[in-house]
Design a protein around this ligand. Structure first.
Ligand code: ADP
Ligand code: MG
Length: 251
């Protein structure tokens, strides 16, 4: 395999005296799908938020596509590097976070427009392509409030893709959806992995998806990766009792 596209080294993150991420080393290869799972409150979201520097690490470093950042004050240079790093990442949140006053199409166009990535007509064409890819070509003119949760999340995925990320970060993308809507979002994510070979770091408890799509699963426990491996091994024969207890609860 080549150079990793994401390299997390010695990552720690505390809020006041609360140590949330307690020493994480993780490398993700281009095209790899890594699933992170573990109890609520174990620090999964914080880890993902550090990867695109929504949170600044307390210690350790994050490197995405060769842009390497650590803790310390947000100097002008650092802010520039953060913008640089975010050009390489797309993030999808649990609660969609679409712009409510914009149509689906505009939600997908706004990033490239603001970044000055080409002519408006080209950006529109590509946004329509992306909406088509997530199965929403016919909803381009709708505002988020007129869309189901599953449709909103698919727009959010198209919006993240519009910036041509090297890595997609998903933070429990289906956990605020009604069960009957999770399938359509997981299907889009599966297609991203299998058709586009998108590099993805996914926090999810959807074990069916993980088994089918992940190259590697990491069990996150109290701020650390306690155990990792290929899905069949992690799901069928975990070595750590904490992993087994968790899996017994979700499967
Ligand atoms: P998970 O995603 O695994 O549920 P989180 O990363 O959201 O876990 O949270 C881990 C812990 O960090 C929780 O105890 C949470 O309350 C705390 N935490 C997360 N973000 C902040 C913050 N901005 N300020 C203070 N505490 C936080
Ligand atoms: Mg979380």
């Amino acid at each position: 395999m080549g150079e990793p596209i994401v390299r997390i080294q010695g990552l720690q993150k505390s809020f006041g005296g609360l140590e949330v991420v307690r020493g994480v080393d993780l490398e993700v290869e281009r095209g790899e799908v890594v699933v992170i799972f573990g109890r609520s409150g174990s620090g999964k979201s914080t880890l993902l938020r550090c990867v695109n520097m929504i949170e600044d690490p307390t210690a350790g470093t994050i490197e995405v596509a060769g842009v390497r950042l650590g803790g310390g004050h947000r100097t002008r240079r650092k802010r520039r590097q953060i913008r640089q790093l975010r050009l390489h990442t797309g993030m999808v949140f649990q609660h969609f976070n679409l712009f409510p006053n914009m149509t689906a199409l505009h939600n997908v166009m706004v990033g490239p427009l603001c970044a000055g990535q080409g002519k408006e007509a080209e950006i529109r064409t590509r946004a329509l392509d992306l909406l088509d890819r997530v199965g929403l070509a016919d909803k381009a003119g709708e505002h988020p409030i007129r869309l189901s949760g599953g449709q909103q999340q698919r727009v959010a995925i198209a919006r993240a893709l519009a910036m041509h990320p090297d890595v997609m970060l998903f933070d429990e993308p289906t956990s605020s959806l009604d069960p009957e809507l999770t399938g359509e979002v997981l299907a889009v994510m599966t297609a991203l992995a299998t058709d586009l070979h998108m590099t993805m770091l996914v926090v999810t408890h959807e074990m069916g998806f993980a088994r089918e799509v992940a190259d590697r699963m990491c069990f996150f426990h109290e701020g650390r990766i306690l155990e990792e491996g290929p899905p069949e091994q992690i799901v069928s024969s975990p070595t750590r009792p904490e992993t087994k207890t968790f899996l017994d609860a979700v499967l």
